[in-house]
Design a protein around this ligand. Structure first.
Ligand SMILES: [Zn+2]
Length: 281
């Protein structure tokens, strides 16, 4: 495996009751950070895994019925907190992003797609086919905000299904070699949204597994403390969600040193942010 560099960042957050995210949770509001990862590949250059929110979210939700999305999840985002602005502050201009890997098409993951003009997009074919052409209530029920998609999206798009090189992981099942060089492996994580996947890669110090929304909190996959079952209304398949979560649970038991990152877990995000600050990453 090639060694990559990686930094976990967040572009805004929304709040919801902890008891929604896990059955044992309190009825207090917690933050769901919209995290994304900046990854540096030694040959390819900079890659993003998701983008978090951007100001596009507010534009995309200013009319009925998509306004219901913004009502259901109150979003907090300062102008300087978008992926584009944060990367500029880090010395990574937006035109240097070569790929954006899209775990799934929920509005809190794809807010920044329009901000990176030189990026190619990578997603699963089934995820794109599920949302492509959706609008109005159809889009709302899929958590999809069509205006966040750039007009030239399809001409810049490639599907993970096209990378045929794969291997079997004893807990996760088949994982695929995204760039054909063993640096980034895609892992299907169905259930939360159609065609969702995560990625595995290695840095100098550890193995990393970005699992998107296959779990919301660490407790979901560590202790199989599931989200409140009312969320199944918004999930593509509750059965597949539980199956994906079980695979992550088993993988975690077999690989306790791998850093598993659920996209919205506040605890995980704050711990990693602190560690990255300490190590000056
Ligand atoms: Zn999602």
């Amino acid at each position: 495996m090639k060694m990559l560099e990686f930094k976990l960042l967040a572009a805004g957050y929304c709040t919801a009751k902890e008891s929604i995210a896990k059955v044992s949770g309190a009825k207090k509001n917690i933050r769901f950070y919209a995290t994304y990862a900046l990854i540096k590949h030694p040959e390819i250059g900079y890659i993003l895994f998701d983008t978090g929110y951007s100001q596009e979210f507010f534009k995309a939700t200013n009319k009925f019925p998509l306004s219901l999305y913004a009502k259901a999840t109150k979003v907090y985002l300062q102008k300087h907190e978008t992926a584009k602005e944060t990367l500029i502050q880090l010395g990574v201009p937006h035109d240097q992003i070569k790929y954006i890997i899209i775990s799934h098409f929920h509005g809190d993951h794809i807010g920044g797609l329009k901000d990176f003009p030189n990026a190619k997009y990578i997603c699963s074919k089934s995820a794109w086919e599920e949302v492509k052409g959706s609008k109005g209530f159809g889009a709302l029920f899929k958590g999809f905000l069509p205006s966040q998609i750039p007009s030239d999206f399809e001409s810049r798009l490639q599907f993970i299904e096209n990378s045929s090189l794969g291997k079997m992981d004893p807990d996760l099942g088949k994982i695929n070699d995204l760039f054909g060089d063993g640096s980034v492996w895609t892992c299907p994580l169905e259930g939360h949204a159609k065609g969702q996947f995560g990625i595995l890669f290695k840095t100098k110090t550890q193995n990393v597994f970005l699992i998107a929304d296959a779990a919301w909190l660490k407790d979901n996959y560590e202790n199989l403390d599931l989200p409140n079952s009312m969320v199944r209304l918004f999930f593509h398949s509750w059965k597949n969600f539980k199956e994906s979560l079980m695979r992550i649970h088993l993988y975690h038991k077999s690989n306790p040193d791998t850093l598993i990152i659920p996209c919205h877990c506040e605890k995980t995000y704050l711990e990693i942010r602190q560690k990255q600050k300490d190590e000056n990453i």
